[in-house]
Ligand binder design. Structure first.
Ligand SMILES: Nc1ncnc2c1ncn2[C@@H]1O[C@H](COP(=O)(O)OP(=O)(O)O)[C@@H](O)[C@H]1O
Ligand SMILES: [Mg+2]
Length: 264
C-alpha cells in the first residue's frame, strides 16, 4: 500500500465568521507532485498553515507521514517556503543557508551550496552579500535553495514561482523534477495554472471552502474544457496542447470548475 505523505480528515478552519476551510478531506501519496490551486483568498495559505500547525483547527485532523500534525516530529521530514519569504535582512546568503541546515543538525557542503546557486542562476558572489541587497527574485531563489539543500522527504512551497522570471521558473521546475525523481513528495500552491499542469500529477481546486476538483490536470481539462471549440471560419478546431493552447484550456477548465459549483 502506498504511504500517505499528507492526510486531511474533515478539516475546518474559520477566521471569525469567515469559514475558509469547510471540511477538507485530502490524501496525498508519498512521492507525488501535488498542486493546490485556487483564486486569491481561496484559502490555500490557510490550508498550509493548518498543515504546519501554525494555527489551530476548528475541527478535523491532519497527519504527515502518519504522524499527527501537532507532534513536532511530524515536521522533521519536511521543508517549507512561505508565500512571503523574508530572511533576516542582516544575514549573508551563506549565513542563512548555514543556519537553516544547522536547524537540522547539518553542515553546509560548499560544493553543494555552489552547485545549488549555479542551478538557480544565482551569482556565487551573492553568497557573501547581506540578503537586504538581494532582489525579490534572488531572495525567493535563496529560500528555494535552502529548502532543496535540506533534501526533505516532503517539500511544501507556497506560491514558489512568484517573483521569478521565465528562466528562473524553468530552472526551479527542473530542480523540482529532480527532487521528484528521487522519490520525494512535492506540495505546492499556485494560481499559475501552466506551472501546475507542467509539474503536478495530482491537483485540487479549492473554492469557497471546499475542494471542487481532485485529480490530474489532464482530468480537469477533460472534465471541464470544451471538447471542440468552433473556429470563426467554422472549420475544424486545431487547438491542442501540442499546439501551445494548453494554457488556455487549463484556464478555461479551471474557470468552469469554480463556476460550476460542483464538488469533485
Ligand atoms: N489571520 C487571518 N485573520 C483573518 N482572516 C484571514 C487571516 N488569514 C487569512 N484570512 C482570510 O482567509 C481567506 C483565505 O486567505 P488565504 O488562505 O491567505 O488565501 P490564499 O492563500 O488562497 O490566497 C481570505 O479571505 C483572507 O482574507
Ligand atoms: Mg496564499
Amino acid at each position: 500500500m502506498t504511504q500517505s505523505a499528507v492526510r486531511f480528515d474533515q478539516v475546518r478552519k474559520s477566521y471569525g465568521r469567515r469559514a475558509v476551510l469547510q471540511g477538507i478531506d485530502l490524501d496525498i501519496a508519498a512521492g507525488m507532485s501535488f498542486g493546490l490551486v485556487g483564486i486569491n483568498g481561496a484559502g490555500k495559505t490557510t490550508l498550509i498553515k493548518c498543515l504546519l500547525d501554525f494555527c489551530h483547527l476548528d475541527a478535523g485532523g491532519i497527519e504527515i507521514f502518519g504522524t499527527r500534525h501537532t507532534d513536532s516530529r511530524a515536521r522533521a521530514r519536511l521543508a517549507f517556503l512561505p508565500e512571503r519569504f523574508m530572511p533576516p535582512y542582516f544575514l549573508t546568503g551563506r549565513d542563512f543557508l548555514g543556519y537553516m541546515l544547522a536547524l537540522d543538525e547539518r553542515v553546509a557542503d560548499e560544493d553543494k551550496v555552489r552547485a545549488m546557486f549555479a542551478a538557480l542562476e544565482l551569482d556565487a558572489t551573492a553568497l557573501e552579500r547581506p540578503v537586504r541587497s538581494y532582489s525579490k527574485g534572488m531572495t525567493q531563489k535563496l529560500g528555494l535553495g535552502a529548502c532543496l539543500l535540506a533534501e526533505p522527504d516532503l517539500l511544501i512551497l507556497d506560491e514558489p514561482m512568484s517573483g521569478l522570471d521565465p528562466l528562473a521558473r524553468a530552472r526551479v521546475k527542473q530542480l523540482l523534477r529532480q527532487l521528484l525523481d528521487r522519490g520525494r513528495t512535492l506540495f505546492f500552491t499556485s494560481h499559475a495554472l501552466p506551472d501546475v499542469e507542467e509539474i503536478c500529477e495530482y491537483m485540487v481546486v479549492l473554492h469557497q471552502g471546499g475542494l471542487r476538483f481532485c485529480g490530474s490536470p489532464r482530468a480537469l481539462m477533460q472534465s471541464y474544457a470544451p471538447k471542440e471549440v468552433p473556429t470563426s471560419s467554422g472549420g475544424p478546431d486545431l487547438r491542442s496542447p501540442t499546439l501551445g493552447y494548453a494554457q488556455d484550456s487549463m484556464e478555461q477548465a479551471f474557470l468552469k470548475c469554480i463556476e460550476s459549483g460542483a464538488h469533485g
